[in-house]
Design a protein around this ligand. Structure first.
Ligand code: SIN
Length: 269
């Protein structure tokens, strides 16, 4: 990296803080440095940003086309931007390990979250490296998983937001490989998550549950994670092809408002 833009690892398994960047205007050289850090560290943290929705969109579009979320409504006038407010612990949608929108046939490459308002303490986000989760498994289990697909559904998310059975029906049963290969690095990663994975394809829920439970435990062990404590103006972006995340809800009713843009991805293979 140049002397201006610097990258500092934040945990042993993933994550880096990038300094020396104003995300409201990123030139090509800086973008190339950010992109390379993104592929290396999987989660990037930028502190002290000040972005209007147009600028968040413009930054996201450096990485690709932005997705209009299939379920969560956009903020007015900005179709690619969704708002993630504090809905309270009972209604929170994100206090569960997940990779974003895996129920889509082409799930997002990455997501970019911008903190507009944060609680005085709490409301952290955890991230876990799914390349390492896969690489730590035995050759025997890797070989079994290599032949499996899982089905993913947005049913629970859709029901909690729209309550519309038509939506939930449409978003069930997308099949993806249980182990996907990252299109840029060629590294394999576990690609199942407790929020959207319903089970292994062509197996019952009962048959799938024990192995999925084992994989989720292995995929989220503390030494695979990093934890981000938010400040207003933080931007955190993550690679949905190699990372799961979990928003801790321990801040009661304290406001926590985020804007997110989500970058289109490819068909997992
Ligand atoms: C998300 O799951 O996209 C949001 C995570 C968070 O609010 O920390």
């Amino acid at each position: 990296m140049s002397t201006r833009v610097t990258s500092r690892p934040l945990a042993g398994s993933l994550g880096a803080e990038i300094t020396g960047v104003d995300l409201s205007s990123v030139d090509d050289e800086t973008f190339a440095q950010i992109h390379s850090a993104f592929l290396e560290h999987h989660v990037l943290v930028f502190r002290g940003q000040d972005l209007v929705p147009e600028q968040l969109i413009a930054y996201g579009e450096r990485f690709g086309t932005l997705q209009v979320h299939p379920i969560i409504p956009s903020i007015e006038g900005y179709p690619p931007v969704i708002c993630i407010p504090n809905l309270g612990k009972k209604r929170t949608l994100t206090e569960i390990w997940h990779s974003d929108v895996t129920f889509a046939s082409t799930p997002p490459l990455g997501s970019i979250l911008y903190a507009l308002e944060v609680p005085e303490c709490g409301g952290d986000t955890l991230f876990a490296n799914q390349h390492l989760a896969y690489e730590r498994l035995s050759p025997g289990l890797k070989s079994i998983l290599g032949g499996l697909e899982a089905t993913h559904s947005g049913k629970a998310l859709a029901s909690s937001i729209t309550g519309d059975p038509q939506d939930t029906w449409k978003l069930q049963g997308t099949r993806h490989p249980v182990v996907r290969t990252h299109p840029d690095s060629g590294r394999k990663a576990l690609y199942v998550n407790p929020a959207f994975t319903r089970g292994f394809a062509d197996m019952t829920g009962e048959e799938s549950a024990p192995l999925l439970k084992y994989l989720y435990a292995r995929a989220t062990t503390p030494d695979l994670t990093m934890r981000h404590s938010w400040r207003k103006g933080d931007v955190v972006m993550w690679d949905n092809r190699s990372v799961m995340h979990f928003a801790v809800h321990d801040h009661g009713d304290a406001p926590r408002d985020m804007h997110r843009v989500t970058i289109d991805g490819d068909t997992p293979s």
